[in-house]
Design a protein around this ligand. Structure first.
Ligand SMILES: Nc1ncnc2c1ncn2[C@@H]1O[C@H](COP(=O)(O)OP(=O)(O)OP(=O)(O)O)[C@@H](O)[C@H]1O
Ligand SMILES: NC(=O)c1ccc[n+]([C@@H]2O[C@H](CO)[C@@H](O)[C@H]2O)c1
Length: 197
């Protein structure tokens, strides 16, 4: 059985969830794990010197639990899918099993980055990111000033760290249309992993 792990990483509001949903709907035997589901509870999030809760750092996420979940999939993808209510794709054999990892800090974690067969990374410029973020409603709403005071500076810091680490990524321009981004990634995955002929 072939196991393929696709990382969909990159900046907040870059379009990761949008792309992931479309891929899951067309890829065979495809499970997804969202990094946001592993945020620690609010009372465990540190408050910085800037007065903001530090959500956009890797210690805000229970990475051990996330890695354990990815490991559970890798050990038995069929059982993992079944226990998460995902039916095997009809007309496809169970020969190929796909996992999508979706999150804003995937490639700053060595173990997680190494688990990916391919690492896509969406980026959008500051203005567009701020505009999209201001229209979002997270479970914990952004306090005034969080984007400029914490979210964007942390993004720049993590992006630099990722670049310096030398981890190889496939960059995606998040300003392109949803269709264009999906078509590129889907074609890529088909060519790289699903064309058996
Ligand atoms: N290619 C695109 N062009 C324009 N808008 C987009 C595009 N992709 C996503 N969006 C919009 O941007 C917003 C954020 O998208 P999405 O939730 O997919 O991002 P995300 O990277 O998962 O964000 P986060 O992880 O920070 O919650 C949504 O309103 C979505 O409709
Ligand atoms: N999902 C959450 O619990 C939560 C709480 C507070 C902030 N966030 C934001 O999610 C983004 C990643 O998708 C980060 O930029 C967090 O600020 C998420």
């Amino acid at each position: 059985m072939r196991r393929i792990v696709i990382g969909i990483g990159g900046v907040t509001n870059g379009g990761k969830t949008t792309l992931t949903k479309r891929l899951v709907s067309v890829l065979p035997n495809c499970c997804v794990i969202h990094q946001d589901d592993f945020f620690k509870p609010p009372d465990q999030i540190e408050v910085g010197e800037d007065g903001f809760k530090q959500w956009d750092v890797i210690t805000a996420i229970d990475m051990e639990a996330m890695v354990n979940t990815v490991t559970a999939w890798a050990e038995n993808p069929v059982k993992f899918a079944r226990s998460h209510g995902i039916a095997p794709s009809r007309s496809e054999s169970e020969d190929v099993q796909i996992l999508i990892l979706e999150g804003f800090l995937l490639y700053n974690h060595r173990l997680l980055a190494d688990m990916c067969s391919e690492r896509y990374c969406l980026s959008i410029p500051y203005e567009e990111c701020k505009r999209r973020r201001s229209g979002r409603n997270y479970t914990i709403p952004d306090p005034p000033g969080l984007f400029d005071g914490h979210v964007w500076p942390m993004y720049l810091k993590h992006r630099q760290e990722m670049e310096e680490s030398g981890v190889s990524i496939v960059a995606l321009d998040g300003l392109r249309s949803k269709d264009e981004i999906f078509d590129k990634v889907y074609t890529d995955i088909q060519n790289r992993f699903l064309n058996t002929s």
